[in-house]
Design a protein around this ligand. Structure first.
Ligand code: GDR
Length: 315
C-alpha cells in the first residue's frame, strides 16, 4: 500500500508499535522497500490517546486502516485479545479521524472471513455474514462500525471485503507463504518435511499488489461504499501445494505430513468472491492468475535460499 501511494506522489505516514521502532531489523523487515521514504509513528491499537495524537500530528487526507490481529488461527488461541485489538482498534481509528479530521477519507480492511460458513456461492456484497472465528466476528463489527460512522457522521468511510491476497512479502504463518518457504527449504536441502492442516479448504487467492489498487480506488470515488474484491476463482490448499512443489520438480506427497493440531476448531470451507460490483464501479479487475502467483512466491523464496537453478517452468 505504501509503495503504491509513494508512486502516486503521496506523503505516507504509518503507525507501528514502539517496540518495532526500537528493533527495525527484526520487526520492520517487510517494510524494507519503503522504510526510508515513509514516516513511522509509535502508537497502539489498544490506546485511543496514542492514535488521536498521531492523527492530530499528521492531519491525514486519506486513512487506510489495515492494522489488526490478522491471523485467523491465532484468534482461536487468544479470542479476547483478537476482539479487543480489532474491534476497539477500528473504533479508535474511526473516532480519532471523526474528531480531528472528519473530512479525511477512511478505508476499513474487511475480510472474506466475514462470510465464514458462506451462505451462497459466490459471495457478493449482499451475502449474509456468518463468521466462524473471533477474527471474523471482529471484522463484521469493524464493518458495521465503519458503515455506522458513514451514516451517522457523514464520513467518507468505505470497507473493502477483500478475499485472500498474497505476495512474496506474506507472513510465514499464513498457508501460502508457509508452503512456498517450505518448498524452498526442501529444494535447498535444508528440510525434509512440511506439516500442514486442512488441505481441502478452498480459497479465492489474488495478488496483494493488485488488491491495494482497489483500496485506493475506493477512496477516490465521490461517494463512500463497500466492495467485494476477489478473483472469482477458487482453489484448494492442496492445489496450491501441488503447484508449489511441482515448480521445483518435486512431488508433494513425499514431503507433506498432515498435522491434526493445525486444523481449526471451526473452518471456513469455501470462499469464492464475485467482484463484479467493483469491476463496474471502480473499473478494477485482477490480472495475476493463480499459477503465476504461486510461481512468483516459490521463486522469491528459492532465490532467497540460492536455489533458483532448480526452479523449473510450470506446466
Ligand atoms: P485465512 O489464511 O485464514 O484464509 O485468512 P491462512 O493462509 O492462514 O489459511 C488459509 C487456509 O489454509 C488452511 N491451512 C493452513 N493455514 C495455515 N495458516 N497454516 C497451515 O499449516 C495450514 N494448513 C491448512 C487453513 O485451515 C485455511 O483454511 C487470511 C488472512 O490474511 C486474514 O487476515 C484475511 O482476512 C483473510 O485471509 C481474507
Amino acid at each position: 500500500m505504501a509503495e503504491l501511494l509513494l508512486a502516486k506522489g503521496y506523503e505516507v505516514h504509518g503507525i507501528v508499535r514502539r517496540v518495532a521502532i526500537e528493533d527495525p531489523e527484526h520487526r520492520l523487515v517487510r517494510l524494507e522497500a519503503v522504510r526510508s521514504r515513509i514516516k513511522l509513528h509509535a502508537a497502539s491499537l489498544e490506546s485511543y490517546a496514542s492514535i488521536h495524537q498521531v492523527v492530530a500530528n499528521v492531519l491525514p487526507e486519506e486513512c487506510y486502516h489495515l492494522a489488526a490481529q490478522s491471523f485467523v488461527s491465532y484468534s482461536f488461541d487468544d479470542e479476547f485479545s483478537t476482539l479487543n485489538a480489532n474491534v476497539n482498534g477500528t473504533h479508535f481509528m474511526l473516532a480519532a479521524v471523526k474528531n480531528v479530521v472528519p473530512e479525511c477519507r477512511f478505508y476499513f480492511a474487511g475480510s472474506s472471513e466475514m462470510f465464514g460458513k458462506a451462505e451462497e456461492v459466490p459471495q457478493t456484497g449482499r451475502t449474509r455474514f456468518h463468521p466462524r472465528s473471533t477474527y471474523g466476528i471482529s471484522k463484521v463489527a469493524g464493518f458495521d462500525l465503519t458503515r455506522n460512522y458513514r451514516e451517522a457522521y457523514g464520513m467518507h468511510a468505505s470497507s473493502g471485503i477483500l478475499f485472500n491476497h498474497e505476495s512474496p512479502r506474506r507472513g510465514y504463518e499464513f498457508v501460502t507463504r508457509k508452503i512456498t518457504s517450505g518448498v524452498a527449504r526442501i529444494a535447498a536441502g535444508r528440510s525434509t518435511e512440511l506439516r500442514l492442516g486442512n488441505l481441502d479448504a478452498k480459497r479465492d487467492w489474488g495478488h496483494a499488489r493488485e488488491y491495494v489498487e482497489a483500496m485506493w480506488l475506493m477512496l477516490q470515488q465521490d461517494q463512500p461504499d463497500d466492495y467485494v474484491i476477489a478473483t472469482g476463482e477458487t482453489h484448494t490448499v492442496q492445489e496450491f501445494v501441488e503447484l508449489a512443489f511441482a515448480h521445483v520438480g518435486l512431488d508433494y506427497r513425499n514431503y507433506v505430513t498432515p498435522d491434526p493440531d493445525l486444523f481449526r476448531p471451526a473452518e471456513v470451507n469455501l470462499l469464492l468472491g464475485d467482484a463484479s460490483y467493483a469491476k463496474n464501479r471502480l473499473r478494477w479487475s485482477h490480472v495475476v492468475a493463480f499459477e503465476a502467483l504461486v510461481r512468483e512466491m516459490v521463486e522469491a523464496d528459492c532465490r532467497t535460499l540460492g536455489v533458483q537453478a532448480k526452479v523449473r517452468s510450470m506446466v
